[in-house]
Design a binder for this molecule. Structure first.
Ligand SMILES: [Cu+2]
Length: 199
């Protein structure tokens, strides 16, 4: 085997190894959900006012990458604003409508910069006299909703919603670090192979 083709084979093997290991490495740093309001599966009889999700660690505030949508049994949205982040909790104001099963669809950004997402449900059985929200056909926040995530400075949004695929900084660091490790490992192995085949 020529040294050059051996080096190329090593590169391919090293690349495969890095790609296989990366997801496992990054998963260990993800926030995990420790609680929600309302609680998952709960029967709610009074307007909760706020729907929230709490994790085990501080969340990153990436504006519209933080999503909490409250979807009613009629498929309409009952969240009334953009979600906000406070330490380990993301929350959104909501005014529930008709009785029935509600689903909260959420996405938050982990401490390591990776988005995590999921959903949970609760049952809305309003007591007599509870006011009902009208809901909306579309999400209260995000592209096309006309609303924008509040910013710390209170400055108007500058159209971040046109880039839904924005890669969090953490991802770039993970990928950059992985690529560096791969290049270093491949170089060392290739030099070893070349020395052996030169003998
Ligand atoms: Cu991660």
């Amino acid at each position: 085997m020529h040294a050059r083709s051996a080096g190329r084979a090593v590169l391919v093997i090293a690349a495969s190894a890095v790609l296989a290991v990366l997801p496992a490495m990054s998963a260990s740093a993800h926030n995990t959900v420790v609680g929600t309001t309302p609680a998952k599966g709960a029967t709610v009889t009074e307007q909760p006012g706020i729907v929230s999700l709490t994790t085990n660690d501080a969340l990153l505030d990436f504006g519209e990458n933080t999503v909490l949508q409250v979807v009613g049994p009629d498929g309409r949205h009952y969240e009334t604003a953009c979600a906000t982040v406070e330490d380990a909790t993301a929350e959104v104001p909501a005014e529930l409508g008709p009785a029935g099963a509600y689903t909260v669809v959420w996405q938050v950004v982990s401490t390591d910069g990776h988005p995590i997402s999921g959903e949970f449900g609760f049952d809305w059985q309003p007591s007599a006299g509870e006011a009902m929200g009208a809901g909306s056909d579309s999400a209260a926040c995000g592209a096309g909703s006309g609303a924008s995530a509040p910013t710390a400075s209170g400055a108007p949004s500058t159209g971040e919603s046109s880039q839904p695929g924005t890669v969090p900084v953490g991802d770039v660091l993970w990928i950059g670090g992985g690529a560096l490790a791969l290049v270093a490992a491949a170089l060392v192995t290739w030099l070893a192979v070349r020395r052996r085949s030169a003998d």
